[in-house]
Design a protein around this ligand. Structure first.
Ligand code: SAM
Length: 333
């Protein structure tokens, strides 16, 4: 159970710690949110979990109590020292002081480098595959490369951190990461890419959650919506009241739930650059946006768009995620 509002305030007082706004220090004080996060993550004993910003250890304790092995990264040296003292005795906690933007998997990626264990959700009895999403049944044993992320994120870093998770280990100069990484092949990790977490349960600023889950044709739909939705099914989020935190954040919050697709698709860094560039001028038409950005001037991909009922006059925000995936082969390596 998390500390109550007043107990959190008193503990911070005893530590001589004032919550730092620039580090997004809004600590969870609501047991229902902690329970809901673990429930959505389908947390089972033995699961590997990455936590970003453990703070006073509210989620961390709940994860450890549920039998998880936790990799956590905290940027604030004072909170890191407190946690190391309070929870450092647990052999199942791997605590790191540092910046989650630089270490999006809190050090867990180190262990992937030493493993060479292919994982194919479709061939594993532990996985139930639907047409779109893979669900690990409750109580199923963790797969060799499998892990989850459960975090009450510092809101300021949520997008760069999320992009870091999706890109973890992707080679910076690859031909195209997409074809070899599509589907279960993501677990073959060509080029040393880290596997993607099977589930993410994230406390986010509502506005960020809306961008991640945005549909084509809406203002919120952008590059990050495409990168995330090509790899994850974005389940409906839960709005979270400001009273669940100490101190209350001055923006609205949302608990977002992401489930890895059976065939997650990861864009190479080069293709990401092209997509980002298109959305930087989102009111322009694709025909003119693509000129000079692709070796064939965009003709190949535009033909794919036309076959799907779009045209050179279409604007980037109108193109569905599945069609953005088809851009990959036309980007220069
Ligand atoms: C919203 S609080 C969550 C605290 C705790 N997990 C909870 O739920 O009560 C965010 C935490 O992330 C930490 N933090 C902020 N920026 C960070 C970064 N770049 N890398 C790692 N931790 C960070 C803050 O110090 C803080 O402990």
């Amino acid at each position: 159970m998390p500390l109550s509002y007043s107990a959190t305030r008193d503990l911070l007082g005893r530590l001589g710690h004032s919550p730092k706004r620039f580090l997004g220090q809004n600590f969870l004080v609501d047991g229902n949110i902690v329970r809901k996060s673990l429930e959505l993550a389908r947390l089972a004993s033995g699961d590997r979990v990455v936590e970003i910003g453990p703070g006073l250890g509210t989620l961390t304790r709940a994860l450890l109590d549920a039998g998880a092995e936790v990799w956590a990264i905290e940027k604030d040296p004072q909170l890191y020292a407190y946690l190391a003292q309070e929870l450092g005795g647990s052999a199942r906690l791997h605590l790191m002081e540092g910046d989650a933007v630089e270490q999006p998997l809190a050090g867990l990626s180190q262990i992937f480098k030493n493993l060479d264990l292919p994982l194919d959700p479709k061939n594993s009895p532990e996985w139930v595959s639907g047409p779109e999403i893979a669900v690990q049944p409750d109580g199923a044993a963790a797969q060799p490369l499998d892990f989850k992320i459960v975090a009450n994120l510092p809101y300021a870093i949520s997008t760069p951190w999320m992009v870091g998770v999706l890109n973890a280990g992707l080679p910076s100069q690859s031909p195209e990461a997409e074809p070899p990484l599509a589907g279960s092949a993501q677990n073959q990790r060509p080029g040393g890419a880290a596997p993607l977490p099977s589930r993410m349960v994230l406390m986010l600023q509502l506005e960020a959650a809306e961008r991640y889950a945005a549909q084509p044709g809406t203002k919120a739909f952008g590059a990050v919506s495409i990168f995330l939705q090509s790899a994850y099914e974005v389940a409906p989020g839960h709005r979270v009241s400001g009273s669940c935190f100490y101190p209350r954040p001055d923006v609205d919050s949302c608990l977002l739930h992401l489930v890895r697709r059976v065939r997650p698709f990861r864009f190479s860094l080069k293709t990401q650059q092209v997509i980002r560039a298109c959305f930087q001028q989102r009111r322009k038409q694709l025909g003119s946006l693509l000129r000079g950005k692709l070796p064939d001037g965009g003709q190949g991909w535009l033909a794919e768009l036309e076959a799907a009922g779009f045209s050179a006059q279409t604007r980037p925000e109108q193109v569905p995620v599945a069609l953005w995936e088809k851009l990959a082969p036309y980007v220069a390596s």
